[in-house]
Design a protein around this ligand. Structure first.
Ligand SMILES: [Zn+2]
Length: 257
């Protein structure tokens, strides 16, 4: 089974197609890790992905740094506590200074919310999916204070040194469709430990430089990402699939235990 390690199934872009998306995931034998960005999408997720959808959807809930200034963390912990058995992990959480220009949140507020969510993950032994755009150094520093188990740096786009620090810390790194056209990402993938690589679509993000900018049912893009990763690592498609499958299981291992 393939694993799309990061997708926003609760985004409005998908809201009219959820049954089709779930059928598509089943047909393609893909499990999707759905992440949320705020209280509203977290409630939508809990509503959509109750027990009956768990054959193909792994459910994370979180507060994205974009919304750190406006979301009520007390309400979040209440939702989390009431649904702890249905929630497989915490995400999407993180830091991102690019949102400070037009959102009210300060970077300190983002850090406060990020730390709060990491402590929930640590206390409850849940894996974490992290947004680290322009903030990898701060993220790596913050993570040193937590024993969170599995951590994914989704859409990893740091430099080679930050990659090697992440590998030393045992973090997972996510690669998506941009791998197909970015030489920088290709270099990073070649330098990643094979047992720490995950693949993702970050849907509904559109990739103008591949897949003709299409969005819907984007988990099917995974096959191309895996093929590209395999070529870069000089592995066959089958070897790549089985390596990434193993990585996905160990990333989620705290769920299965
Ligand atoms: Zn995302």
């Amino acid at each position: 089974m393939l694993f799309d390690a990061h997708i926003h199934l609760t985004d409005d872009e998908y809201s009219n197609y959820i049954p089709q998306i779930l059928n598509n995931l089943r047909a393609l034998n893909i499990r999707a890790c759905s992440v949320t960005v705020d209280i509203k999408t977290s409630l939508t997720s809990l509503d959509l992905f109750n027990n009956s959808r768990r054959d193909v959807v792994t459910q994370f809930i979180g507060i994205h740094p974009e919304f750190a200034g406006t979301e009520d963390t007390t309400k979040f912990i209440e939702i989390f506590s009431n649904n702890v058995d249905l929630i497989d992990g915490i995400g999407e959480i993180g830091l991102d200074p690019t949102y400070l220009r037009y959102k009210r949140a300060t970077y300190d507020k983002q850090k406060e919310v990020f730390n709060f969510l990491l402590s929930i993950a640590e206390r409850n032994n849940k894996p974490v999916s992290i947004h680290s755009r322009k903030s990898i150094a701060d993220i790596l520093e913050t993570l040193k204070s937590y024993n969170t188990g599995s951590v994914l740096l989704h859409w990893f786009a740091g430099n080679k040194k930050q990659l090697s620090q992440s590998m030393d810390m045992g973090l997972y790194v996510g690669y998506g469709p941009a791998l197909l056209y970015s030489d920088q990402l290709k270099m990073l993938l070649r330098n990643s430990r094979k047992d720490r690589i995950l693949v993702e679509t970050d849907g509904p993000v559109k990739y103008s430089r591949c897949f003709r900018g299409l969005t819907s049912l984007s988990s099917s893009f995974l096959v191309s990402v895996i093929k590209c990763a395999g070529d870069l690592l000089e592995m066959t498609y089958e070897e790549t699939v089985s390596t990434i499958e193993k990585n996905s299981q160990s990333f989620l291992k705290r769920i299965q235990n």
